[in-house]
Design a protein around this ligand. Structure first.
Ligand SMILES: Nc1ncnc2c1ncn2[C@@H]1O[C@H](COP(=O)(O)OP(=O)(O)O)[C@@H](O)[C@H]1O
Ligand SMILES: [Mg+2]
Length: 214
């Protein structure tokens, strides 16, 4: 089976070289955690793997497509229909309800809100409240429900449990793992939390400019 993500020879330098010659494959139903110190380049690597940032060298194949060789309009199609990107800080519209926020995304992807996911994330009872009236942790879970409701094949999550208590953090990781198993999808999660990383099948460390399997 062809990997969903196949990256080879990735390098990126800003003020200093973050990483060099990184390669990574992610298969269907696979979950991968990337750990590393603050500033090691985890977010940058996630952006490169998820079609948002071209590397200095190397290539990223997403579902067999050499993504940075595509035209921007075709990259956007892949991003809209195939990828789910959960950012470190979520971008919800505070004046709209949680449901309206999710619908704004499903309208674009042509999918429906998944009520089961709302239940698993324990936000079904707040779904018709304004986002501004929800707690930080609830808002975070709404942003995750929004991404999952798009039915992505590959999920990228940047510290998705950063603002959550332990119990809620595990609930979110279970929801993500359930989702990838039920939808033949894959997950790449960036975290500095060892217990959260343990919920993934493979744990990598970004260290000394290399990605090392632990
Ligand atoms: N767009 C950018 N321009 C310049 N420097 C950047 C940019 N994005 C990230 N960096 C730098 O790259 C380093 C790694 O950032 P980041 O990938 O966010 O690390 P991490 O997520 O591991 O904390 C930091 O020193 C950061 O300042
Ligand atoms: Mg980061």
């Amino acid at each position: 089976m062809e990997p969903l993500i196949e990256a080879a020879g990735l390098s990126k330098t800003y003020d200093y070289t973050l990483f060099e010659n990184i390669s990574l494959k992610i298969k269907e139903k696979e979950s991968i955690a990337v750990m590393g110190r603050s500033g090691s380049g985890k977010t940058t690597l996630l952006h490169i793997l998820s079609s948002l940032l071209k590397p200095d060298s190397g290539n990223v194949k997403i579902l067999g497509l050499d993504i940075y060789k595509l035209k921007e309009i075709d990259i956007e199609k892949v991003r809209r229909y195939k990828l789910g990107i959960i950012f470190q800080s979520h971008y919800l519209f505070k004046g709209m309800t949680a449901r309206e926020n999710i619908e704004a995304a499903t309208l674009l992807s042509g999918t429906k809100i998944n009520e089961d996911i709302l239940k698993i994330l324990e936000i079904e009872h707040v779904i018709d409240k304004k986002v501004g009236d929800l707690s930080g942790g609830q808002q975070q879970r709404v942003s995750i429900a929004r991404v999952l409701s798009k039915k992505p094949q590959i999920i990228f999550a940047d510290e998705p449990t950063g603002n959550l208590d332990r119990e809620t953090a595990f609930l979110v990781m279970n929801a993500l793992n359930n989702y990838i198993n039920n939808n033949n999808a894959a997950l790449l999660v960036v975290t500095h939390d060892d217990e959260i990383a343990q919920k993934a099948q493979k744990i990598y460390h970004l260290n000394n400019k290399k990605l090392e399997l632990r």
